[in-house]
Design a protein. Sequence first.
Length: 386
Amino acid sequence: MNAPARKTQPLPLPELKDRLRDLALEEGFDAFGVADPDKAGEAGDRLRHWVAEQRYGDMGWMADTLERRVHARAMWPEALRVVMLGMNYGPDEDPRAILEERSRAAISVYAKGEDYHEIIKAKLKRLARALLALAGEGDVKVFVDTAPLMEKPLAMAAGLGWQGKHTNLVSRQRGSWMFLGAIATTLDLPPDAPMGDHCGQCRACLDACPTAAFPAPYQIDARRCVSYLTIEHKGPIPRELRPLMGNRIYGCDDCLAACPWNKFAALGREAKLAARDENRAPDLAGLATLDDAAFRARFPKSPIKRSGRGRFLRNVLTAIGNSGDTGLIPSAQTLLSDDDALVRGSAVWALSRLLPEADFAALAARHAPDEADPEVQAEWMAARAT
Ligand code: B12
Ligand code: SF4
Ligand code: SF4
């Protein structure tokens, strides 16, 4: 996006930054800062280490874009500054309460409303246009989540907060519930001072993780993270992790919710991000009946659509397997003949957890011989062996 020609005197850069901050708050952002991309610390080297350890799992795009991602300017060398913006999405209820209701699904806070990518991108574009109009010169690009840019280290460099031991950005004013967005620019806006670490001796987030996804403080192994397993991971979920996932069917909030800095968190201001009532505590039985069209209709404008029906039902069946609710056996049994092998395999596991051993053996004798898919066959074999 280039600046339109300007007829009046351009604003001095510090004033331009102040005006932009005011506009950002009016747009609904809660945090604002300017980063010098050269001050993102050791983040690039740490990302290299993370990729070398293959902690990205199926997210091959993290490895493919490594060289562009390690330094903010690698993607756009002319960018002098990155304006970092945070939007609070503080929930109106404790997201951990639903974890006790095993026949219902836990959807993470960020996915209960509309997709933040669309909402934030539209706001960033409006702000970027306003910046160029005020400056009368320069160039900008906007980013939220999907570009090869390390948003958390940049937000830390811009003074928005620090990367906590759970690896996400924590703000002293807003706690852990904050989405990030970025406007890179060729304008030499005055940078803010980076924020230091305020985790101290606390390790609440590390202890709260249901799958032990933190090999060390400040490091995450995505392959064990429920958020990765339910959203990004494509195939069957590793068997040893399934029992640890409980009823979490889309994302996870446990480490964020445990953070004591949330006591300063306010409710999110953006109505479109607020939880839809039907996503607060949906019945697993109802979700298990969704065919492709019903799945898309059930989650309009929601990030949940991204995973597709197959992965979504895999997650629902994992939760059914963890529910201990024998009333859900018919739901899982129906899905044994689903067209999608991922769904059939997940149904096998769920039934192996809910049915008495003899009943499961009888079911296996009826279904397993007709199963053509090798991965589903493997599920039958593994379930009978345990
Ligand atoms: C890949 C990705 C994931 C992966 C990997 C998670 C991760 N922590 O990286 C998965 C799918 C698991 C995931 C999950 C979630 N994500 Co995500 N994700 C991303 C993405 C696209 C890239 C992040 C990245 O570069 N990871 C690579 C690794 C290397 O980064 P890292 O773990 O932060 O590594 C740093 C630390 O390990 C640190 N470090 C290492 N050693 C040490 C030692 C010390 C002493 C210190 C201080 C630091 C340190 O340095 C590394 C470099 O900064 C960003 C968007 C973006 N473009 O940045 C969103 C993003 C990080 N995700 C976000 C969100 C909201 C989530 C979830 C909360 C969603 C949910 N409810 O399920 C969970 C949270 C899980 C968690 N605990 O992180 C937000 C976080 C906002 C914030 N306040 O920080 C982002 C920024 C998207 C956005 N635009 O808002 N995500
Ligand atoms: S999001 Fe959940 S599974 Fe992932 S690291 Fe945090 S607590 Fe662990
Ligand atoms: S829970 Fe504690 S250790 Fe984790 S990010 Fe928050 S303050 Fe830091």
